[in-house]
Design a protein around this ligand. Structure first.
Ligand SMILES: Nc1ncnc2c1ncn2[C@@H]1O[C@H](COP(=O)(O)OP(=O)(O)OP(=O)(O)O)[C@@H](O)[C@H]1O
Ligand SMILES: [Mg+2]
Length: 243
């Protein structure tokens, strides 16, 4: 269970978040929407303690994240898989090494286990085992996303955060990635937070949508409610995406 209470965050004089309340129950799949720069990435970074609020509280499973010690944060982050907006694979490591690193950080030392688990997750994201020997620069954008997803699930996290999992991909590849996210949601029974600009993707991959605008959460409801609400900003997204 994730609980965010009255979260405020500024950078210099610029107020990004002006009092966000958000509760995400175990097993939920939610999408966070909003225009560029509305603070979607900033909001989720608070959940894993990458940013600290100026005001407010962040709780994950009864741990106060914004007051957590470095050791508590390290333990907390083991419960998370994070697919970063920019992919963030290590360019000097091949795919296997990128995956293995997560398991090493999680205290797994048995090489055979690491190898077998790497093969398992690379297949779960519908890539061939041979991809393990490639370097990030040798992958297409879609493959890189899949590897980032494989890396996010390899340690069996309870929570997965996808920050713009389909941005920069062609629409067909985007749909394949969305299907992968849905498949993993169903198979792994994780709590999933997806950030996306794309209302069509949000409808597919999430059951609940929240919308940020000007530092506030202006909508929070089911997909069906999102498709019917009169909230102006949501209507604009619907119009744009023809929904
Ligand atoms: N570490 C930081 N230092 C200063 N400003 C920051 C920092 N991180 C984010 N910001 C600012 O906060 C605002 C919100 O950024 P954020 O990355 O959360 O937007 P976003 O909603 O994720 O946008 P996008 O859809 O383009 O990814 C932006 O104006 C950004 O420049
Ligand atoms: Mg972002």
């Amino acid at each position: 269970m994730i609980k965010i209470k009255n979260l405020h965050k500024s950078f210099g004089n610029f107020k990004v978040l002006k009092g966000i309340d958000l509760e995400i129950k175990s097993g939920e799949s939610i999408a966070i929407m909003g225009r560029s720069g509305t603070g979607k990435s900033v909001l989720v970074k608070h959940i894993v303690g990458l940013l600290k609020p100026d005001e407010g509280e962040v709780w994950v499973d009864n741990i106060r994240v914004d007051k957590a010690s470095p050791k508590e944060l390290m333990n907390l982050r083991r419960n998370f898989g994070y697919v970063f907006q920019m992919g963030a694979l290590f360019d000097f490591y091949n795919v296997f090494q990128n995956l293995a690193l997560v398991l090493l950080e999680n205290g797994k030392k048995d090489f055979n286990y690491i190898k077998q688990r790497a093969i398992e997750v690379i297949k779960m994201v519908d890539l061939d085992e041979r991809v393990l020997n490639l370097y990030p620069s040798e992958l297409s954008g879609g493959m890189r996303k899949r590897v980032s997803i494989a890396r996010a699930i390899i340690h069996n996290p309870k929570y997965i955060i996808y920050d713009e999992p389909t941005t920069g991909l062609d629409p067909i590849t985007s749909d394949l990635i969305n299907e992968l996210i849905i498949k993993l949601n169903n198979e792994l029974k994780t709590t999933t937070i997806s950030i996306t600009h794309d209302l069509r993707s949000a409808i597919k991959i999430a059951k609940r949508i929240i919308l940020l605008q000007d530092g506030y959460k202006v909508f929070d409801g089911s997909v069906e409610e999102a498709l019917n609400t009169d909230i102006e900003e949501m209507r604009k997204f619907r119009e744009y995406f023809g929904q």
